[in-house]
Design a protein around this ligand. Structure first.
Ligand code: NAD
Ligand code: TYD
Length: 356
């Protein structure tokens, strides 16, 4: 029986990863450590199989005693670290929380692994600490620049990406200094079921359904490299299975449309799925608003290395992924209602608009 510690497993990607893992492998125990911030919710875990393999622990990765005691109590062979503050706009208005969670929280996990795992070097062969990171640590590309890869120098430009970059550096430092068995993945923008509706795709879907404005920052020609969340889960799984200790893997979707194209596509899908809505055509709701400060123009990832090493490439194309995602939000009104009614969602949306 394997024991896996997943941090941030009540968030968007973490909850998808736990669902993916439970479907994939039979004999394992998943311990899901999550603080349940505004971004985490037990609603994301409601449909997991009830077979005793998933154990939820509400707790803070910034609490060093809690993390250390947990690692002492349970003989984890694997840590998959998702927990983070993850929204760039929030990092602009409240950077301090990003420093705490993303840097101090990651440091606590590394320290716990160092203290507990390295006390018995003989067991290290069976241990793995996987750190989930972002392409945003590499900075911004201009049109025509080659895509990022594993060797691109770090150049973060927002408090979010700077805090994630710091956490990557710490993870790499623990590998080189203490030989902690780590792997790192830097992934592009994810989308799919259970994404909190502050991020571009779910925000546009839900606003369009309610007839609210669809706020396009700046000229809407910024480019992201979109990956369906299940493809990201598969990539992490392959890294856990066959990835090389100390290695970084670049993960991306090979899908690089401009933001406005994504928004127009979502509107067209909604026109098709909700032809009787009074908001048809939904793209009449598009509203250009003041740009995000320091807005990164373009991200793109070269995924040749992970393809060659681990045989991974994205399975879902953007057109069908977006269609399925819109359908998922339409078919889960209870989830949408629960998420919208909790935390500071309404307040955040209101203040974000007011600032613009
Ligand atoms: P998310 O914001 O949806 O979820 C984050 C989760 O972490 C939440 O459940 C939250 O409650 C939990 N959390 C926050 N602070 C915590 C703390 N102090 N202690 C314990 N739990 C805490 O994020 P996501 O989109 O699922 O992203 C997961 C990871 O993947 C992050 O590390 C992010 O940087 C990285 N990533 C995200 C994307 C993306 O497009 N969403 C792309 C690449 C990498
Ligand atoms: P987001 O989902 O916040 O992810 P990230 O900033 O990490 O890439 O934003 C994706 C892109 O969409 C980014 O270029 C900012 C833009 N955007 C808007 O134009 N309007 C919005 O309301 C949001 C949330 C994002």
């Amino acid at each position: 029986m394997r024991n896996i510690l997943v941090t941030g497993g009540a968030g968007f990607i973490g909850s998808n990863f736990i669902r993916f893992l439970l479907a994939k492998e039979a004999p394992l125990n998943i311990y899901n450590l999550d603080l349940l911030t505004y971004a985490g919710s037990l609603e994301n875990l409601k449909d997991l199989p009830e077979d005793g393999r998933h154990h939820f622990i509400q707790g803070d990765i910034c609490d060093s005693d809690l993390v250390k005691n947990l690692m002492k109590e349970i003989d984890f062979d694997t840590v998959v670290h998702f927990a983070a503050e993850s929204h760039v706009d929030r990092s602009i208005f409240n950077p301090g929380q990003f420093i705490q969670t993303n840097i101090v929280g990651t440091f606590n996990l590394l320290e716990a692994a160092r203290t507990v795992w390295l006390a018995e070097p003989a067991v290290l062969n069976n241990k793995r600490f996987h750190h989930v990171s972002t392409d945003e640590v590499f900075g911004a590309l201009q049109p025509g620049d080659p895509a990022f890869n594993e060797n691109t120098p770090y150049s973060p430009r927002s408090p979010y990406s700077a805090s994630k970059a710091s956490s990557d550096h710490l993870v790499r430092a623990y590998y080189h200094t203490y030989h902690l068995p780590v792997t790192i993945s830097n992934c592009t923008n994810n989308y799919g079921p259970y994404q909190f509706p502050e991020k571009l795709i779910p925000l546009m879907i839900l606003n369009a359904l309610e007839g609210k404005p669809l706020p396009v920052y700046g000229d809407g020609l910024q480019v992201r490299d979109w990956l369906y969340v299940e493809d990201h889960c598969e990539a992490i799984y392959r890294i856990l299975q066959n990835g090389k200790i100390g290695q970084t893997y670049a993960i991306g979707g090979n899908n690089q449309p401009g933001n406005i194209e994504i928004i127009e596509t979502i509107c067209a899908i909604l026109d098709q799925l909700q032809p009787d809505s009074i908001h048809v055509p939904h793209n009449k709701l598009i509203k250009y608003v003041t740009d995000r400060p320091g807005h990164d123009r373009r991200y793109a990832m070269n995924i040749d290395f992970i393809h060659q090493e681990l045989g991974w490439s994205p399975a879902k194309d953007l057109k069908s992924g977006l269609y399925e995602t819109v359908l998922w939000y339409l078919n889960h009104p209870d989830w949408v209602g629960a998420i919208r009614n909790r935390g500071d969602y309404a307040q955040w949306m209101q203040s974000n608009y007011t600032r613009r």
